[in-house]
Design a protein around this ligand. Structure first.
Ligand SMILES: Nc1ncnc2c1ncn2[C@@H]1O[C@H](COP(=O)(O)OP(=O)(O)O)[C@@H](O)[C@H]1O
Ligand SMILES: [Mg+2]
Length: 408
């Protein structure tokens, strides 16, 4: 018997719903595109480029529109012999300082084998090397720093690059920086001198509304999904869910993709509303897991205390009992424990995040008290914790207790 069998009744090109797919066509962004083109016009005219700062929530098309326009720009300036345009793009997500971004840029520009190491050089040396590489290319160079907010306040490069010409670090090369940020606050926290230069042209992409998302989904579904494999109203439903939550095309596309996978696994002929519902709850759970990773140490320990109670099949569990568990965990991790009151605050935060649920119990003379239990599957909670807490043996013990109690 075959173990693997091809399933292609739902998707025609599933990759077209994925992270790395670049659409040939951009929907619903005409005004933004016009403004963006206007900011890029000096490149075509042979002048020094504007520095551009583009911001908007995740999934609103910042990267897609930038890639699309810069491709067109490169095609179109090829007609002018006196414009020699190069584009260098770096995603800063995993780079959290100017230094690392500068090293990444240098290494992108150097031939394989000539890369420099990401530690050890003084910052100014790395900047000098970068100028050397830029000069070697010459002409007009647009440097795209996507998700640039992740460099935080270590933003010297954003001060340096736009001034490289004025400071005689660049001679024959015209450099423009396009900074893209998911976080508008990033702009405000920049040094005012950086703001002035980097944000020469500022573009904002607003969230999409439901009809816009539906159009984006429709044009993508045509490429990605087999003919007739989407039930009437499903795209509308995905668009409505994403519009209500984030206005992100990424979220809408993720919902559709996962709904399609669920349909496939259930051997359905087409994607139905139920599949979207299932996809929605699964994506929600993933988001909660991400939330767990962002907790503070004490938030995590408080959560681990509840997880430990759950493993013993003792939840819902009262704050006082959770607190005992928590102090024991603090002891074994060598962390000073907080007072019960503060732990109670952490527990209510966890409730707000949708990680715990709480019950208020009335107990006559002794007043009311709360008890808590996990509001997420035990397995995903303990998985998430073992990723973020260095308490291997405690977590292993909790797993063993859970399996003894058939808690899964
Ligand atoms: N206007 C649009 N037309 C077509 N596809 C879009 C549009 N906006 C976003 N997308 C798609 O949605 C997803 C998220 O967009 P992206 O550009 O990565 O968002 P951002 O960079 O703002 O986080 C990508 O798959 C992208 O191709
Ligand atoms: Mg992006």
């Amino acid at each position: 018997m075959r173990r693997f069998e091809r399933k292609q009744n739902i998707f025609r090109n599933k990759d077209a719903l994925g992270e790395s797919y670049q659409p040939d066509q951009i929907e619903e962004r005409d005004e933004e595109i016009e403004e963006y083109m206007d900011a890029l016009q000096p490149v075509v005219d042979g002048w020094e480029p504007n520095n551009i700062f583009l911001y908007g929530n995740t999934g609103v098309g910042k990267t897609a529109v930038t890639d699309y326009l810069l491709d067109r720009l490169q095609d179109d300036v090829a007609d002018y012999d006196d414009v020699d345009l190069s584009v260098i793009s770096v995603n800063c997500k995993t780079l959290n300082s100017s230094y690392q971004v500068a090293v990444e840029l240098v290494n992108k520009l150097r031939p394989a084998g000539g890369e420099i190491s990401s530690t050890g050089y003084p910052q100014q040396t790395v900047f000098k090397k970068l100028y050397g590489e830029l000069e070697a290319i010459g002409g007009t160079i647009l440097i795209v720093l996507d998700e640039v907010d992740s460099i935080g306040d270590r933003d010297e490069l954003l001060y340096e690059l736009p001034r490289a010409r004025a400071n005689n670090n660049l001679d024959s090369t015209k450099v423009g920086v396009i900074g893209i940020s998911n976080d508008f606050k990033f702009r405000d926290q920049l040094d005012p001198r950086v703001q002035d230069t980097l944000c020469e042209r500022e573009l904002q992409f607003p969230p999409y509304d439901a009809p816009e998302l539906e159009n984006i989904l429709e044009s993508r579904a045509e490429i990605a999904i087999a003919e007739g494999a989407v039930e009437q109203g499903v795209l509308n439903f995905c668009a409505a869910l994403a519009a209500r939550d984030s206005g992100s095309a990424r979220q809408a596309l993720d919902l559709l993709r996962l709904a399609g996978e669920i349909a496939e696994n259930r051997e359905a002929d087409l994607i139905e509303r139920d599949h979207v519902e299932a996809a929605r709850s699964r994506l929600e759970q993933e988001r909660v897991e991400e939330g767990m990773r962002e907790l503070t140490t004490h938030g995590r320990l408080a959560l681990l205390a509840v997880i430990s109670k759950a493993a013993k099949d003792e939840t819902p569990s009262r704050t006082r009992e959770i607190y005992e568990e928590y102090t024991a965990l603090c002891d074994s991790s060598g962390t000073d424990s907080l007072a019960q009151r503060s732990v109670h605050n952490h527990l209510s935060d966890l409730r707000m995040l949708g990680i715990l649920s709480a019950y208020e119990n009335r107990s006559g003379s002794r007043g009311n008290y709360y008890s808590y239990e996990l509001d997420v599957p035990f397995t995903s909670a303990i998985e998430a914790m073992s990723d973020v807490l260095r308490l291997e043996s405690e977590i292993e013990t909790i797993r063993e207790i859970a399996s003894m109690n058939n808690v899964a």
